[in-house]
Design a protein around this ligand. Structure first.
Ligand code: CMP
Length: 141
């Protein structure tokens, strides 16, 4: 089915000027960029976005990292967009990411793993509304 997913290019990948390379991989794989915005998150915003991880041992480090610089958030649309995006990103732990994936090529650590992608269509809807409350235009071509 045609789905949408929320993608974040994390501060380490932005810092190494990998935005274009990463967006190119999505487009090459048939995922259309239907919304995009660059922002530097506040601590409150990052904590709210990752609220599901509150209390976990990596939470503080994750939030500190996510507010260390600007991020590029996008909505990707396409056939099986959630799974396709996760396949292109590779495993969350970059040590386990397959060769040629975004995390294998651009991650610096488990926390600084270059990209985030929604893990289900339901979470994608929540995450898209978090960053794009005004809504997202459908792509017609
Ligand atoms: P992300 O897809 O952004 O979702 C939560 C993030 O927490 C994850 O990618 C990792 O960057 C980070 N993280 C750090 N340590 C861990 C861990 N042990 N397990 C899961 N996520 C972790």
């Amino acid at each position: 089915a045609i789905e949408r997913t929320l993608s974040i290019i994390k501060p380490n990948a932005v810092a190494k000027d990998a935005i274009g390379a990463i967006l190119g991989r999505f487009e090459t794989a048939g995922l259309k960029i239907v919304a995009a915005r660059m922002l530097h998150m506040s601590r409150e915003q990052a904590s709210a976005f990752y609220a599901i991880h509150q209390g976990k041992p990596f939470f503080d480090e994750l939030v500190d990292f996510m507010i260390s610089g600007p991020v590029m958030v996008q909505v990707l649309e396409g056939e099986d967009a959630v799974a396709k995006n996760r396949e292109i990103m590779g495993a969350t732990n970059p040590a386990q990411a397959a060769p040629g994936t975004i995390r294998a090529d651009f991650a610096d650590s488990f926390t600084e793993n270059a990209a985030h992608g929604s893990d289900s269509p339901d979470n994608a809807a929540v995450e898209i509304a978090f960053f794009f409350p005004e809504g997202v235009c459908p792509r017609t071509r």
